[in-house]
Each structure stands twice: as structure tokens, then as C-alpha cells.
Design a protein around this ligand. Structure first.
Ligand SMILES: [Zn+2]
Length: 458
């Protein structure tokens, strides 16, 4: 602990200038965020021409009829065009909010609103919660037309949309309600820890956030998800018995096995597990059940159980804790820094005693480029985990000494191809685009790896 405190101290010394020197942070943030946005646009422009190719890669040729391939290319092209336009549009809005000092205005507005209810400036946490809602609406309302377009035009055109306008509005309202019911207390707690722990906030805040994540794991399936989807126990039958046998053989603590009505909104398909270490739930999308045979869904679940077996979620949680620690270790230098707030148009009386929420928001903007690099690293790690989980499924026959499992690698391959075809997923992928955006290897890469695992076993 002492060693860590010393390191944090050294970092703070390096960053001491933030609290004293006037730096044009606003210009930096504008340049950074435009840099990230233009880089992402450049990646899309690299990817875009690949959607004009007339034939799939050789490895996939047998799985795609010319018709399906053409559909997948057209869908990819539309998605890429949408991504370019929406990316630039969002950036213009963010940039305008910064340029016109909307954050400083929102803080004043939040102060006036809370003042009306008798909460004076000492009630920083109350004002911070109101401020967060004001800025949330200021930045998300202008992008609402984008998600309407995405659901009702883009997805609709390619036959994926199942969301009705009524459902769309209901989802939106439920999302806002959740933000108030869960977001507001969580944010208050977060800011309170800063106040209470003072300069030694790092371990306390990490503990608080970890506790919050654990609570979410518990209440998400029981309270939150039922607001949006219906989870029903998977009916008895081949798929249910196959899954139960597989879970039992692997000693996976399966508590509940659900089917989810994902088809209510979209015909994209999936399966996943979640829960606490001693009580896990598996959820399978009704669309996946409809598209694939039970023995193929079983292979998909074997892949998912591979993630559990190698403790991938726990490892990702650990990595995210290290990431969080790094961010929190950098933050104190930005915490009591009047020049930082002045650079973003905050008036002198606010900048003199910077509210934690403001410092944290500005700090997050400043580290955007760092976060892009972290997300590339996280994607690389996640792709590695995907290969490991595929490998796990392939060696199940040896692991469980079970003859029924010998062909599970083939079944997984078939299921992946079907998922890909039904979802009209992109076939040709630019390597740089993929390295930046994809948390999963491409289908061609996965099939090639599955073949290699198989060759090794034989
Ligand atoms: Zn996976």
C-alpha cells in the first residue's frame, strides 16, 4: 500500500502544474476529441470499400449463397455510412457544447433549480445530481433522432427491427426512470465518498464501485432486466436436458436456465451467463433457439462455459480495477485546480472551490485519447479469451471423456456460421478497423482456429 501511495505521490508531483498554471485545456480537448473522431472516420473509410466486394472470402464461400452475401454487404454498407454520419454529428454537438460553455451554464442552472427548493451552494451533491441530468439531456436529446433512424429506418430496411414505436418510447422512459432511481443515489454515494475520505479516497472509492457492481449483478436479473424483457424458464426438452447435463459435468453452478424474448426488439441472436460465483444463470435468446438445432446451441453454450471455466469475467473485472486505479491515481492533480475550470468558462467563484463532479467530468474529457488506447488493449484481450473459449469447446470430448462431444467443434463452427449469416454480419474486415473496434475475432479467423484445434486433436 505504501509503495502505491508513493507512486501516486510521484505522479501527482509531475502533474502539479495543473493546479497552478493556466493551460488552454479547452483547445486540447477539442483537438483530442476531433482527433479521435477523425481517426474513427478514417477507419470506416478503410472498411467502406470492402462492402463493394462481389464475393465472400474462400473459407466462407460455401456458407453464403450469392443472395445472402449481397444482403450482408448491403447491410454493412448502410451501417458504415450511418456510423460515419452519426459519429461526425455527435462530435459536432459535443464540440459545440464545449465551445459555448454549456457545462458552466448547466452548473449555474442546476444551482438556480436547487436554490428554488432551499438547497444553497453548500449542497454540492444535490446540485451535482441536477447538473448531471441537465448535461445528460443537453447532450442526449440531440442524438435521439439518430437512434430513431437506426431502429426504424436502418434496421427496418434490412429486416431486423421488431421494435414498435410504443415499445421504443416505453424503453426510453424506463431508461430515464432507472437513471433517476439507480443513477442518482449511486452518483451521490460516489461524490460522498470523495468528501468523506478526503485525499485518501482511492481505496474507498474502489471499494464503493466494486460494491455497486456486485449489487448490480444481483439486482439486474431480478429487477432491471424484467422491465425490458421477459425471461421464462427454458421448457423441458432436448436443449434443456443437454444444457443441464453439460453444466453438471463441468460442475457449473447452474441455478436457472432461461429463454429471453430478444425477438421482441430485434432478430439478432445470442446467449450468455451471469450471476454470483455460487449461483449462475444461463440465458438463451429465443432467436438463437429458433435458428439453430439443440446440439448446435449446446456448442454455443459450451463456448460460453469456456469463459466461465477460464474465469474470463473475473479476469476482465481485475483488469478493469487496475484501469480504474490508474484513472483515480491521476485524478487528484485535477481535483483542486481552479485554472482547469477557468479554461472551460466556469466563473471565478465556482473555479475557486471546484465541485468534484465538474473536475471529474473535465478530467475525463482530457484523458479521452488514453481511453481509446485502453479500449484497443481490452479488445485484444477479449479476442484472446474468445479463442480460448472456442478451444475449450473443442477439447470437451477429451476433458469429459465423452464420445457425444467429439464433433462439438464442428457444431460450434456451424452455429457460428448460422449466427453470422442470419445476422448478416460483416464478412470482409479491414485489419486496423477490426483491431480498434472488435472484441471478437472475425468469423474467418474463428473457423480457421477451430480447424487448427481439430487438427491438433486428431
Ligand atoms: Zn465468447
Amino acid at each position: 500500500m505504501d509503495f502505491l501511495h508513493r507512486q501516486v505521490g510521484l505522479v501527482q508531483k509531475q502533474l502539479a502544474f495543473v493546479a497552478t498554471d493556466p493551460v488552454d485545456w479547452k483547445l486540447y480537448v477539442q483537438l483530442f476529441s476531433w482527433g479521435v473522431c477523425l481517426f474513427e472516420t478514417y477507419l470506416l473509410l478503410r472498411q467502406y470499400p470492402l462492402y463493394s466486394k462481389k464475393e465472400p472470402p474462400k473459407a466462407l464461400a460455401e456458407h453464403f449463397t450469392p443472395e445472402v452475401f449481397a444482403k450482408s454487404q448491403a447491410y454493412g454498407k448502410d451501417k458504415a455510412r450511418y456510423a460515419i454520419i452519426s459519429g461526425l454529428y455527435k462530435q459536432v454537438i459535443e464540440s459545440a457544447l464545449l465551445h459555448y460553455g454549456v457545462y458552466a451554464w448547466a452548473w449555474e442552472l442546476a444551482g438556480q433549480l436547487t436554490g428554488k427548493f432551499g438547497y444553497t451552494e453548500e449542497y454540492e451533491i444535490t446540485q451535482s445530481v441536477v447538473f448531471t441530468f441537465v448535461t445528460y439531456f443537453a447532450s442526449s436529446l440531440p442524438t435521439l433522432p439518430l437512434s430513431i433512424y437506426h431502429t426504424f429506418v436502418l434496421e427496418e430496411k434490412h429486416g431486423f427491427n421488431k421494435t414498435t414505436p410504443a415499445l421504443f418510447v416505453a424503453d426510453l422512459l424506463k431508461g430515464w426512470l432507472l437513471a433517476i432511481v439507480i443513477g442518482a443515489p449511486a452518483l451521490s454515494g460516489f461524490l460522498w465518498v470523495f468528501k468523506w475520505a478526503g485525499d485518501h479516497f482511492i481505496p474507498w472509492l474502489m471499494g464503493f464501485l466494486l460494491g455497486f457492481q456486485i449489487i448490480m449483478v444481483i439486482i439486474y436479473p431480478t429487477v432491471i432486466q424484467p422491465l425490458f424483457n421477459k425471461l421464462s424458464p427454458l421448457p423441458a426438452g432436448e436443449l434443456r436436458s443437454r444444457t443441464e447435463v453439460l453444466a453438471a459435468k463441468l460442475k457449473f453452478p447452474l441455478k436457472h436456465l432461461y429463454e429471453i424474448d430478444g425477438s421482441k426488439r430485434s432478430s439478432h441472436s445470442n446467449a450468455y451467463f451471469f450471476g454470483l460465483p455460487w449461483s449462475k444463470h444461463i440465458v438463451i435468446y429465443d432467436t438463437l433457439i429458433k435458428q439453430s438445432k439443440p446440439d448446435e446451441v449446446e456448442a454455443v453454450l459450451a463456448h460460453e462455459l469456456g469463459h466461465w471455466y477460464y474465469m474470463h469475467p473475473t479476469k476482465l473485472l481485475l483488469v478493469s480495477q487496475v484501469h480504474l486505479f490508474t484513472i483515480l491515481a491521476l485524478f487528484p492533480a485535477f481535483m483542486h485546480a481552479p485554472p482547469l475550470l477557468r479554461a472551460f468558462d466556469f466563473p471565478k467563484h465556482v473555479a475557486a472551490r471546484p465541485p468534484t463532479i465538474i473536475s471529474f467530468l473535465l478530467f475525463q474529457m482530457i484523458i479521452t485519447p488514453l481511453e481509446s488506447v485502453v479500449s484497443i488493449g481490452m479488445n485484444a484481450l477479449s479476442r484472446r479469451f474468445e479463442y480460448q473459449a472456442d478451444h475449450f469447446a473443442c477439447i470437451l470430448a477429451d476433458k469429459l471423456q465423452s464420445k457425444d462431444m467429439v464433433d462439438i467443434g464442428d457444431r460450434l463452427g456451424r452455429a457460428l456460421v448460422q449466427l453470422h449469416v442470419k445476422n448478416l454480419s460483416t464478412v470482409w474486415v479491414d485489419w486496423l478497423y477490426s483491431a480498434y473496434h472488435h472484441s471478437h475475432p472475425t468469423l474467418t479467423e474463428r473457423l480457421r482456429a477451430l480447424d487448427a484445434f481439430k487438427a491438433k486433436r486428431e
